[in-house]
Design a protein around this ligand. Structure first.
Ligand SMILES: O=C(CO)[C@@H](O)[C@H](O)COP(=O)(O)O
Length: 217
């Protein structure tokens, strides 16, 4: 069964605490928080103060995805804010190893993220040091996009590397995840599914999370 990480990008910001409590009580495994800087991706979202505020009202595992250029400058702020895991895009820094070290040295789980156009070979050197790999299944920056099926092969490749080398990272997927697209990803080796619009654009987000779990049993 896949773990589910609702993405608050699609939550109702005016009733954010209500939406977070709903998915927390309903069995969410993580809460996914997308940090966008308007440079690495076209949109701007939230900063460390936002993560700190959520930390005060929720015990959920905070899965913070930095879609920002040169993330190393911001990592400490997001550690201090109470993140449980911090993800950095391999395309956003010349120093991916250093960025991951900074996260780990701060006592937080470390994740490397790859965009749909980025090959797995680019992150191979750091796979032995991460707790999670995020395979973007859409181009990052916006919720509600269509899943890109060609990304499934990369999930399978990462699963094979994990088995061959005895690594134990989780493989997370993000973008266009729904009750259909999640199935092939799960079969290929995905262990965590981020879902934004599928979960929150429904009157019953908990039922949607349960569906993602049910179809991957
Ligand atoms: O990273 C992103 C968007 O770039 C996400 O985490 C979105 O929140 C996913 O939204 P859906 O595709 O599930 O609507």
């Amino acid at each position: 069964m896949i773990k589910v990480a609702p993405s608050i990008l699609s939550a109702d910001y005016v009733n954010l605490q209500r939406d977070i409590e709903k998915v927390e009580k309903g069995g969410a495994d993580y809460l996914h928080i997308d940090v966008m800087d308007g440079t690495f991706v076209p949109s701007i979202s939230y900063g460390p103060g936002f993560v700190k505020a959520i930390r005060k009202v929720s015990n959920l595992f905070l899965d913070v995805h930095l879609m920002v250029q040169n993330p190393e400058h911001l990592i400490q702020d997001f550690i201090d804010a109470g993140s449980d895991l911090i993800g950095v895009q391999v395309e956003a820094t010349s120093h991916i190893h250093r960025a991951l070290q900074l996260i780990k040295n701060g006592g937080v789980k470390a994740e490397v993220v790859i965009n749909p156009g980025t090959p797995v070979s680019l992150i191979e050197p750091v796979l032995g040091m991460v707790d999670q790999v995020l395979v973007m299944t859409v181009n990052p920056g916006f919720g509600g996009q269509k899943f890109l099926p060609e990304t499934v092969a990369k999930i399978a490749q990462l699963d094979q590397i994990k088995k061959d080398r005895g690594y134990d990272y989780d493989i997370e997927i993000d973008g266009g995840v729904n009750n259909q697209t999640v199935v092939d990803c799960y079969k290929a080796g995905a262990t965590v599914a981020v879902a934004g619009s599928y979960v929150f654009n429904d009157a019953d987000p908990v039922a949607k999370m349960n569906t993602l779990k049910d179809v991957t049993k």
